[in-house]
Ligand binder design. Structure first.
Ligand SMILES: C[S@@+](CC[C@H](N)C(=O)[O-])C[C@H]1O[C@@H](n2cnc3c(N)ncnc32)[C@H](O)[C@@H]1O
Length: 162
């Protein structure tokens, strides 16, 4: 966790960037990078994103990045995937007008499943457009590099809310 966060914070010094990561090792490595590079526009939340959304209901997002979430490839673990219903709906509701949600994965089944959620009746009520993006536009996060090393196909999309 943290490569995209650090990059975003450097490119957007006047914006507040929120990093959400339940595992302390990930938090510690971001803190280290912030101190080293004198970054002071990142807020870190060291619990699951679902808790953040419940505890900070007044925060609406301009951009949300979900890059290479744990794929949970085994059938018996599919329910553990982060991006599923009703989570997707809650995220879209918490985005500002013209807000963007980026999602990338190298697990084709996960990507297909997310597209199915986005085409569901419940989501169709929300005004959005979905566009596939070139993965080369992604910054080289740890898990993007891993996907490249394994020669896995990476899928990347953006959902814009109107
Ligand atoms: C496979 S890693 C990908 C990390 C990074 N985005 C990358 O591309 O290298 C998935 C990350 O999601 C975090 N994660 C898992 N469940 C989460 C949750 N409920 N809320 C926030 N982060 C979570 C994990 O701790 C881990 O750091």
């Amino acid at each position: 966790m943290g490569d995209n966060l650090i990059e975003l914070s450097k490119k957007n010094p006047n914006k507040q960037i929120i990093g959400i990561e339940p595992f302390l090792n990930g938090i510690a490595s971001v803190v280290y990078s912030c101190v080293k590079s004198n970054i002071n526009n990142i807020l870190l939340y060291s619990h699951p994103v679902q808790e953040f959304l419940k505890n900070y209901k007044k925060i609406f997002f301009k951009e949300i990045f979900i890059l290479f979430p744990d794929p949970w490839p085994k059938k018996k673990h599919l329910k553990r995937r982060l991006v599923q219903m009703p989570f997707v709906k809650i995220l879209l509701e918490r985005m500002e007008k013209n807000g963007k949600l980026y999602f990338a994965t190298d697990n084709q089944n996960y990507f297909d499943e997310v597209q199915e959620h986005l085409n569901s009746d419940e989501i169709r009520k929300i005004p959005i457009s979905i566009k596939k993006l070139d993965p080369n536009e992604l910054i080289l996060t740890k898990y993007f590099l891993r996907a490249k090393r394994l020669e896995n196909k990476v899928s990347f999309l953006v959902i814009v809310k109107y």
